[in-house]
Write a protein that binds this ligand. Structure first.
Ligand code: SF4
Length: 130
């Protein structure tokens, strides 16, 4: 291995004046949650993080977007706004529409008037509605 790629010995790093990870965390204020691998500077607090997660954004209802069973080739599963949530139950959701049932998934075979593949073309909207 070329000498330049050798990892610096720990002793050399300390002598050079750099702080190693445990020394950085020792120097952070007590009110900053400490966790290995994270940077305390500019980070939000844990209550702010929890508040963000609890704030479910408003979304349109079924009637407002005319959500319905698809008859043509346009379907939710091909839409720019459709995605599958991770986790065990693999729910499918939409960025702009929320079904009325609390844990109801967006049906991949349904569609609404705001279907779009690329957020530029809206084939199910009339020109005057754009
Ligand atoms: S077609 Fe409508 S309901 Fe379906 S994913 Fe797209 S925006 Fe959401």
């Amino acid at each position: 291995m070329p000498r330049g790629l050798d990892p610096p010995p720990v002793e050399t790093e300390k002598k050079s004046g750099k702080l190693v990870a445990h020394e950085i965390f020792r120097n952070t204020p007590d009110d900053v949650p400490r966790k290995r691998g994270s940077s305390p500077e500019g980070r939000v607090s844990f209550p702010e993080y929890e508040e963000l997660l609890s704030d479910r954004p408003e979304k349109f209802s079924q009637e407002e977007v005319n959500y319905r069973e698809a008859e043509g080739e346009e379907k939710c599963k091909l839409c720019f706004h459709f995605f599958t949530q991770g986790g065990g139950d693999r729910r499918t959701v939409c960025e702009i529409f929320r079904p009325s049932g609390e844990d109801e998934s967006v049906n991949p075979g349904y569609v609404c008037d705001f279907f779009t593949k690329d957020s530029k073309e809206y084939p199910l909207l009339e020109e005057e509605d754009k």
